[in-house]
Design a protein around this ligand. Structure first.
Ligand code: EPS
Length: 394
């Protein structure tokens, strides 16, 4: 059952973003630097637009932490929008500023603009696009940073890397690092402007982003999120909404522009025979643990973690705001027009991978606390250690 919950609030050009995270046990050491480190990683990707030069996201912890440690009470985090200075009238809370900027009446194909306007009866598309914007993900990353820090105490590390931008693919099989040397892959990804662990592939991706920018077009891609050190036994087969693969997919699909999620070999399993997909089971006499030599299941069987690394792959569609004109209809005049926009990101796959790490951390932490409980982190640790000992005696 759900142990942690969170809410986010905030518009893209509003005053600030706010997140509230409830259910984190007391006693976790957390600083604003832990959070700002993750916020920085989200902002770095090559191909982001002018807005990233304005924003330098910094978290302010408002509540739930005293003298550097969580209290067990809800943790509220605030991230100011620097761009608010330019939008004080246009995004004002007060009714006396109504009409201070022109309404947006031309929906961008691929955005929430038109579907949202129809649903919420809005004649100014800004009332939709301000919230559908991926700006909100900054605060999800901030909350995810708390979850990451908690899991880290239990040896769980979550990282990501980009495997494809447009038609440029990373050939992970040919990569010189061993298949499960994920920490090395995370480090290399952090050093790449496109978060791709291979330097040559990164350069090809950057070149493609530059060319696409010249054309006024945009790009999507594929990334992988990996969680290592997750013990066997999170999630459950007993009911559909407790399956950890279902919960992880839900969280990842909740990120703007994500159009597909796979676990382990995912869609590639379709063309293989069963004997090439199932991961055979072995026993390590020294560690006293079961293990697999392959990980086609992506660390999850029957909706339960099996102790192998969790591997999630997701595709992000190309960003829908283009400089290249696309056909659309003005919602007021019903006249057709060619949608064109000046300021836009070209590619945000690198950022999406960092956001996916955050929501993966929040989802895994929920399952972790469901299994191990604890109102203080030391209590969670005691329960966790006892379970690990049980696994060794099994
Ligand atoms: C976004 C459009 C751009 C992005 C923004 C998401 O903002 P603007 O319209 O102000 O140029 O930069 O992303 C962020 C602000 C962010 O922090 O990631 C959109 O339409 O989704």
């Amino acid at each position: 059952m759900k142990k942690i919950r969170f809410l986010t609030s905030g518009e893209s050009h509003g005053k600030a973003l706010i997140g509230v995270l409830e259910g984190i046990p007391s006693g976790l050491k957390i600083t604003k630097e832990d959070i700002n480190h993750e916020l920085k990683r989200r902002q770095l990707g090559y191909g982001r637009g002018g807005r990233m030069k304005i924003e330098n996201d910094k978290a302010e912890i408002i509540s739930g932490v005293r003298w550097g440690k969580t209290l067990g009470s809800p943790i509220a985090i605030l991230i100011k929008n620097k761009d608010w200075e330019n939008w004080k009238e246009g995004m004002s809370i007060e009714s006396d500023q109504e009409g201070s900027i022109e309404p947006v009446t031309r929906p961008r194909p691929g955005h929430a603009d038109l579907a949202g306007a129809l649903k919420y009866n809005q004649k100014d598309l800004r009332n939709i696009l301000e919230r559908s914007s991926a700006r909100e993900t900054a605060v999800r990353v901030a909350l995810g940073a708390v979850a990451k820090k908690f899991l880290f105490h239990f040896g769980i590390i979550i990282g990501s890397y980009v495997t494809q931008i447009g038609h440029i693919r990373l050939d992970i099989a040919k990569h010189k690092y061993a298949a499960f040397d994920y920490q090395k892959l995370f480090q290399l990804a952090d050093e790449s402007p496109v978060r791709c662990p291979d330097i040559e592939t990164s350069q090809l991706m950057i070149k493609l982003i530059d060319e696409t920018k010249q054309e006024g077009d945009t790009l999507g891609g594929v990334f992988e999120v990996i969680a290592i050190g997750v013990p066997a036994g999170l999630g459950s087969h007993i009911h559909w909404d407790r399956r950890i693969d279902a919960l992880l997919s839900f969280a990842i699909m909740g990120i703007q522009a994500i159009k597909g999620v796979e676990i382990g070999e995912g869609f590639r399993m379709a063309e293989k025979k069963g004997s090439n997909v199932m991961d055979e089971i072995y026993f390590d006499e020294v560690e006293k643990l079961f293990y697999r030599k392959t990980n086609n299941a992506g660390g999850i069987e029957g909706g339960i973690t099996n102790g192998m690394p969790i591997q999630i792959r997701a595709i992000m569609k190309p960003i829908p705001t283009l400089r290249k004109p696309l056909n659309s209809i003005d919602i007021i005049t019903k006249q057709s027009f060619k949608a064109t926009y000046e300021r836009s990101d070209v590619c945000a796959v690198a950022s999406a991978s960092v956001i996916a790490e955050a929501v993966t951390a929040l989802t895994l932490l929920d399952a972790f606390l469901d299994k191990f409980g604890g109102d203080h982190i030391s209590e969670t640790m005691k329960n966790y250690k006892s379970y690990i000992n049980y696994l060794k005696e099994f």
